[in-house]
Each structure stands twice: as structure tokens, then as C-alpha cells.
Design a protein around this ligand. Structure first.
Ligand code: WTA
Length: 637
């Protein structure tokens, strides 16, 4: 068996789970034996959730890229590591075998080194979904630099905030990127960001679109020119930097309930073991399978299940540059057919959006190769689950509903494809090592089945976050202080009579729009930057395709000649400050917001109004101005 720790029967799952609870150190120590280490650990686990301090495989030394590349180069150099499908189906796809990927990573590692990058430096990556993005990530890991990938849909302001927070000294980007019928001027966006980021000394620019860009002398260099220099020297190897188990591997920014996104930090060894173990078990990967995760590498799903999980398993990972609906809504199915995809991992939003096109785009497409389907990022509704099962899986493929977060590094709750049972809309069971608990408002643990509460985890797992970059206290208060000695996920959850888990959505001020996390405070801050806006309040409401839509209540003090024009202006502000993904779906102008006497906005009431639940608004008598509620209701959009 290629992966000796692969769980293949329900009984083996029970055994593994039990062992992971009874003797966690022994359990993870044995699994970790299957990786390549420069030096083994002295201790498997040290932890307390108070500070918090979490250390896995303490004292061990490794480089994650030796596990993702070198060991597979020795075993299967010609196995495809990355298959890349471009945005435009008329352009040729590319395949990089393990040896080819290895050489490219080593060469780019040399480029980084030659341009001043050192172990521990932070490097910002803002790129389209091309193989060079994975190459840049792995090259950072090779030299021991910490990558901070920023999703290509974020604005220059967002990039600048992230660069400053991490004090990055290098940016890797491209001239532009293709997404559907759009061309995104990535370099230009980076240039705007860098006007306020003196820490950045070098910008390495890949050619992707050929659009004109401005190159600043001594700072900006072309990827291709640098590689040419390396090739002339005949370099195609690079000695991996030997890292400590708990050295930082990467930072990934994510939105929370406070204004500023936080840099979630993952470290080398624990993250590697976790993404690998969950990849192999949840998807039941078999050598030769083609794994297609449709996420963007700018999000955690792409980090863990396009790059590190699959490559650490010697798998073939398919990377897609485009969008599901361009040139038409059959794009995913053409890709499945063309590359004979075996595992398809996507978001409920994509499924719901494709459902909207009916079954026509699927007709005549050969989906026979698919063995396993997966979903991630948000709760999946029954209808979408059954559509996925019937039309894509043809009722013969298990669907894994995988619940996890940027902070958890990899999947925590999910059925194992074809091994443990699925249940529509349920993530079902915790993976070995994961100890979920439900707590009530007061933090009391709710025992038994058929109950619901706030989802917490009471024991560390190797892939969990270690800190938030530059602000450990923020990590403690956000995740470890709400309930004593528990990691708080921010999600509400139900445990059914059989002990299976169903995630019901965020219970904090974070929205999940098309599977993207948007902090309401962050969005309100952005809207309030508009000169005419006095105050705003954001809530979510159910949206057929996006899962949640964004409803903005805005107090506007300037006279608007045309309300729709003002709405566009506000959207423009949001696009500039955060990015287009955070644009509100509805903007209602109000003269006041429902506030308590102490000045706190009663979001509960706004949420009900946005959801259209006008009958049962609850107690409004404590409001400063109860009449404002009537006004808001009568002008509801
Ligand atoms: C939500 C994405 C229901 C949840 C990997 C979580 C889900 C947030 C599921 C994390 C699922 C993710 N069912 N809800 N299978 N997967 N979520 O950090 O609210 O982008 O807290 O990580 O997405 O989003 P993030």
C-alpha cells in the first residue's frame, strides 16, 4: 500500500480515531515516520491553549520541499506533478513532471537568493493561477523564506496592508492575469500598493498577458530574464534550507470580526503532516489519480489541496487558471473530460451557479473518470448536494463535505470518500486527532447527541495555526479566550442523533459570501471611507447562489442626485479598499441605525430585516430610537 496510514474501512477509521485520542503522541509520531526528516523530533507535542503555545515535532529538522519534491523525484521523476489548464481553452495546457517541477523550483529559489532573499524573510506573492505561482511558493519554502500569498482579486490597498503587516522585502507578481474574458493588470495594482511600502526592495515580474507595464529601475526585474541567467550557469539544483519543525512556513491573511485582516501563521512540520494525512484519507487518493481542486491558490484551500497536500503525496494536481462559466458553463466538465479527472473538489457556490445553467452544459460530456467529489468553504444545501450527486457523480461517487478553516490548515471534519458514510449537508465525522465539542453561550460543554451549539476543538492537531503574525495576543483573544482551554471556530454546529456534525454557519460577525470570508467590520470601515458616508452597518442574508449576500445599511449625508449613482460610488470605494469580492449586493440608505442606549448597533434587528423576517423582530424597546426601525422596514430593498 502506497500510504500505510490510509484508512480504508469504517472499522479502521474507528480504530485510528480512538488511538488518536488515547495516545495522540504515539499516533502522530508513527505517521510522521513516513516523511523525510533531516533530524527526527525529541518530543511529539507540547501545548497549552492558554498562551497559546502549540509545538509539534519539537526539535525536528526538515524542509517541506524535500517531502513534496526530492523524494518523488527519486521515486517517480516522470509522474506529472502539476497539470495546468489555461483560462482560454484555445491555449495549450501544460504538464510539469516531478523532475521538471523540482528543477524549476530550484532555479527560482536561486533567483530569490540572488536577489537578496534570506531564510525568515517574508515574500509577498500576487499572481494569477499559473504553474509559476506554485513554483514561487515552493521556492520560498526551499530557501526558508515565509510566503504570504495575496489572492489576485484583492485591491492595491489590501496588498499594501498585508505587505506592511508582514514587512515583506520581495514581491513576486505577473504583468497581468486572465480570468474569463477579463485581463487583470496585476503589476499596475502592485505598483499602486508599493507607493506606500518602502520595505519592498525587489519585484519579480512574470510575463503572462503581455500587457504593457512600468518597470522601476533597480527594483523591478523580469522572471524570465532572471531564469535565463540561472540557466546559463547551468543551475538546476538548490540545497534545501534546513528548517526547524516550528519555523514559519507561511502567512495567509484572513478576515475576522475585527476591522483588520489577520495573518494566520502555519509552521513547517505540523502543517505538512496534516495536509498530507487529510489529503490521502479524505479523498482516498490512489497513485495515478488526477486531483482537481478548483480553488484559487490565494486561499487556504489552494495552499493545502493544490500545492502541499497533493505534492507531499506524490500526487498529480490539476490547476485551473479560469472560471467555471467561461467561455461557457461547461468549462469544468470539459476539463474533467480532457484530463480524465478522478477527484473533483469545489465550492457549493460553484455548484449552485452551474445548477442555474441546467443540465445542457453537461450533456455529451464524459464524466466517467470521476471517482470522488468534494465540497468546501460553506454549508452545502440539500438541493445542490443532490444535483452534484446525480448529475456529476451519476450517483456512484461519494461526496466528501469537508469542513475546515484557514486557521485549521487542513480538513477537520469530513467523511472519508467511500469509507465512512456521507449524509447530505453534514460534514459528518471528525478526522483522527480532531476532538470537537459543542458549547453553549456560557461556555459549558454540551454533551450527548441531537444537540447544537458553538463549535470548539479541545485538543491540538498538527495543522492548527500557531499565531497571528506580529500579534500573538490577537491570536489568543480571537481563538482561545472566548471559552477557556478551547479553540473557538466561530461556527455554529449541530450534532445529530448518530454523532454526525453539521456546520450551520458563522456565529460571529463574519460573512461567507461565495465561500469567501468577509468581516463586517472590515467592510463597514471601507464603506465609511466614502466621503458622503456617515455610518454603515453590514449584515448577511440568504442568497441563492452565493450562500450569503451582503446587505449594507448606509447613512449618507451628502445630497445624492441619483441613488443608484451613489451606490456605484460606494461599490467603487469598496473595490478600491478591499476588492470586488466585497461589494454589497444591496445598499439601503437610512436616516439612522437601530442602536442601544449605549450606542451599539443592534445587528440582530438588521439581520432579520435583511432576511425579510419582519414579524419577529424581538424586543425593540431598548432602542434609542425605535421609530427608525419602521423607516428601515418601509424602505427595505
Ligand atoms: C465555512 C475555507 C460548512 C465555515 C477552507 C468556516 C464551511 C469558514 C465548510 C472558513 C463546510 C468551510 N461546511 N461551512 N464544509 N467549510 N466552511 O478560512 O464557516 O476561507 O469557519 O477556509 O468557511 O473559511 P476559510
Amino acid at each position: 500500500m502506497p500510504y500505510p496510514y490510509q484508512i480504508t474501512t469504517p472499522g479502521a477509521y474507528q480504530d485510528a480515531y480512538q488511538k488518536s485520542i488515547d495516545t495522540p503522541e504515539k499516533f502522530w509520531g508513527e505517521i510522521a515516520e513516513n516523511f523525510r526528516w533531516q533530524k527526527k523530533w525529541n518530543e511529539v507535542l507540547q501545548w497549552n491553549f492558554k498562551e497559546p503555545r502549540i509545538e509539534w515535532f519539537r526539535g525536528a529538522k526538515l524542509n517541506i520541499t524535500e517531502n513534496c519534491l526530492d523524494r518523488w523525484v527519486e521515486k517517480q521523476p516522470d509522474t506529472p506533478a502539476i497539470i495546468w489548464e489555461p483560462n482560454d481553452p484555445a491555449e495549450a495546457s501544460r504538464t510539469l513532471t516531478y523532475i521538471e517541477l523540482y528543477e524549476k523550483v530550484c532555479q527560482f529559489a536561486q533567483v530569490l537568493r540572488d536577489n537578496g532573499a534570506k531564510r525568515g524573510d517574508r515574500i509577498c506573492i500576487y499572481m494569477p493561477m499559473v504553474p509559476e505561482l506554485a513554483i514561487a511558493i515552493l521556492a520560498c519554502a526551499r530557501i526558508g523564506a515565509i510566503h504570504s500569498v495575496v489572492f489576485g482579486g484583492f485591491s492595491s490597498q489590501s496588498i499594501a496592508d498585508r505587505i506592511k503587516d508582514a514587512q515583506c522585502n520581495i514581491v513576486v507578481t505577473a504583468d497581468g492575469g486572465f480570468r474569463g474574458n477579463k485581463t487583470i493588470p496585476l503589476k499596475e495594482i502592485v505598483d499602486d500598493a508599493l507607493a506606500t511600502c518602502p520595505s519592498v526592495k525587489k519585484v519579480i515580474v512574470l510575463t503572462r498577458t503581455g500587457i504593457p507595464v512600468s518597470m522601476m529601475k533597480d527594483r523591478d526585474i523580469w522572471w524570465e530574464d532572471e531564469i535565463e541567467k540561472i540557466e546559463k550557469k547551468g543551475i538546476n539544483e538548490f540545497e534545501p534550507e534546513i528548517m526547524d519543525a516550528e519555523d514559519m512556513l507561511f502567512i495567509l491573511y484572513t478576515s475576522g470580526s475585527t476591522g483588520k485582516p489577520k495573518g494566520v501563521v502555519h509552521t513547517c512540520a505540523g502543517y505538512m503532516v496534516w495536509t498530507h494525512y487529510t489529503f490521502v484519507n479524505v479523498f482516498q487518493y490512489q497513485p495515478g489519480d488526477i486531483h482537481f481542486c478548483t480553488a484559487d491558490i490565494g486561499w487556504i484551500t489552494g495552499h493545502s489541496y493544490i500545492v502541499y497536500g497533493p505534492l507531499s503525496a506524490g500526487a498529480t494536481s490539476l490547476m485551473f487558471e479560469g472560471v467555471p462559466t467561461w467561455p461557457d458553463a461547461g468549462r469544468f466538465w470539459d476539463i474533467v473530460n480532457k484530463h480524465k479527472v478522478n477527484i473533483l473538489y469545489t465550492a457549493p457556490t460553484a455548484i449552485r451557479s452551474l445548477m442555474g445553467f441546467g443540465t445542457k452544459p453537461i450533456e455529451g460530456k464524459n464524466l466517467q473518470s470521476i471517482k470522488v467529489l468534494g465540497t468546501v468553504g460553506e454549508p452545502i444545501n440539500e438541493e445542490a448536494w443532490h444535483w452534484y450527486d446525480e448529475y456529476i457523480g451519476k450517483k456512484k461517487c461519494p461526496i466528501v463535505d469537508t469542513w475546515w478553516q484557514t486557521e485549521t490548515g487542513g480538513i477537520l471534519i469530513s467523511n472519508l470518500a467511500g469509507v465512512t458514510k456521507s449524509k447530505p449537508t453534514y460534514a459528518t465525522l471528525p478526522l483522527p486527532g480532531v476532538q470537537p465539542v459543542l458549547v453553549d453561550e456560557k461556555g459549558n460543554i454540551i454533551e450527548g447527541n441531537g444537540v447544537s451549539g458553538n463549535l470548539c476543538i479541545r485538543f491540538p492537531w498538527p495543522g492548527m495555526l500557531r499565531t497571528t503574525y506580529g500579534d500573538h495576543e490577537r491570536c489568543r483573544t480571537t481563538y482561545f479566550s472566548t471559552y477557556e482551554n478551547l479553540y473557538f471556530t466561530g461556527d455554529g454546529c449541530l450534532r445529530d442523533e448518530e454523532g454526525k456534525y453539521r456546520i450551520t454557519g458563522r456565529v460571529d460577525d463574519v460573512l461567507n459570501v461565495s465561500g469567501h470570508r468577509i468581516g463586517t467590520a472590515e467592510l463597514e470601515n471601507a464603506i465609511n471611507m466614502h466621503t458622503g458616508v456617515v455610518e454603515s452597518a453590514i449584515v448577511g442574508y440568504p442568497h441563492d447562489i452565493k450562500g450569503q449576500g451582503i446587505y449594507a445599511f448606509v447613512i449618507f449625508n451628502a445630497i445624492h442626485t441619483d441613488e443608484n449613482h451613489t451606490r456605484q460610488d460606494i461599490n467603487q470605494t469598496v473595490t478600491k479598499i478591499i476588492g470586488a469580492i466585497a461589494k454589497p449586493d444591496k445598499i439601503q440608505f437610512v436616516s439612522g441605525l437601530p442602536k442601544t442606549r449605549s450606542g451599539k448597533i443592534m445587528r440582530r434587528i438588521l439581520r432579520k430585516i435583511a432576511e425579510g423576517e419582519l414579524q419577529n423582530l424581538g424586543d425593540t424597546t431598548t432602542l434609542l430610537d425605535p421609530l427608525v426601525v419602521d423607516e428601515i422596514i418601509s424602505n427595505r430593498l
